[in-house]
Design a protein around this ligand. Sequence first.
Ligand code: BG6
Length: 520
Amino acid sequence: MSGDTTATGGTTPAPGANPLRDPGDRRLPRIAGPSGLVIFGVTGDLSRKKLMPAVYDLANRGLLPPGFSLVGFARRDWEDEDFAKVVHDSVKEHARTPFREEVWRQLSEGMRFVPGVFDDDAAFETLRQTIDRLDKERGTGGNFAFYLSVPPKFFPLVVQQLKKHGLSEGKGDSWRRAVIEKPFGHDLASARELNRTVHGVFANHEVFRIDHYLGKETVQNILALRFANTMFEPLWNRSYVDHVQITMAEDIGIGGRAGYYDGIGSARDVIQNHLLQLLALTAMEEPVSFDAKALVTEKLKVLNAVRLPTDMARTTVRGQYTAGWQGGVRVPGYLQEEGIDPGSVTDTYAALKLEIDNRRWAGVPFYLRTGKRLGRRVTEIAVVFQRAPYSPFDATDTRELNNNALVIRVQPDEGVTIRFGSKVPGTQMEIRDVTMDFAYGESFTESSPEAYERLLLDVLLGDANLFPRHQEVERSWEILDPVEEFWATGGRPEPYTAGTWGPKAADEMLARDGRSWRRP
Ligand code: BG6
């Protein structure tokens, strides 16, 4: 049998099922069984823009059980109806799928709000009673996921409160799960500490650490591209690849997130998690199956092979945006943003050169960069190939030819592009770059689910494939810690003007290696 129905009625792939070998497995609808979701920090941005709409989209796609219940917990003087109204507005504004009255009605009947702060025992008692009542009224079966969309400093308190009030353990067959937003710690020591606290309450398989990049279709497609095809993998190594560039550029500034961002910065915010995960998926060996354990084994192996950065003056760059123009609008510099300490040395741009010490990648640099207020929003992985070992053409014939490249466009314009040389029509031999393009929008009629839709459904199904395990999180901090320590020894990030492609030092870092960043 290739799929299974869980005790709670959810449909999950059989353990060990390998969809890379047997696509039939995944054609079964993946529908959550009786369950509910409690969101801590429900008034925050993430909740309004991503989580609430994702819950609605799942309901709209028929992937939630009829009695599904959503409980908000926050410091607001709200009744259930006020909460439902907030969810309604967020759904109307941000949901991916069309608004349907009957879906909304059914979903909103299961919405409850518990007012309180995290050290308020009475509020957690109310939460326990609310869940018990939902089990009776809506048949949630005692199955609840607790989503911690709260500032990281509250993670330990919330999980301890869950334990203290008997919320962390399901009775009988029912389950309880903890979903933890990033950042998971701010360095290796704090991540380890947090891990100890969380695992003092929840078992390994009950903890879901979110890295929403893993929920993106295009990120999952990295594995399909590499391991479901024959033509790429033979080239995917040091014999053919010159270097790899992983870019996550954003045009936005820090918006209203000063409280979170200042002191954290771009490397901790994005490189430690999203970009190192992209590196792991791009560089890892083929897993024996697509289940969580096999994937983690391979991701961890390659992260362990990443050489810890040294010579950081030459292999790392940090920047901070100054006022500039973006999309025809004058935007303030980082230090002028509301809530930012005018002397802040927080990086809003970071670039690293990493090496992977294994047979496949020895000598192939992986350049990672991310930044706010860059030229445009784009996330891509560019695998840049070596030049042909010999060219029978005159140098002038190929002067406009760049290295071949395969570019995975994570977002926007999701797809894959291959760049190679072609003869320009005419009587001369002139060879120029052309591209072959796969665009999701042209090849598929289905629109991609939002990352949070996929991840929330996986939590309810208990499917951990797309969630980093703590060993990966810790190893990623181990890679980043020396960089942060080096940056902390002094100096300021290099300024770059908003709307440009980052500090000059980042260009110089590649120029020293005879390379340059792509202008995506
Ligand atoms: C988050 C970061 O993890 O990812 C944000 O904390 C960033 O700073 C966001 O803006 C970007 O996500 P996406 O899906 O828009 O690329």
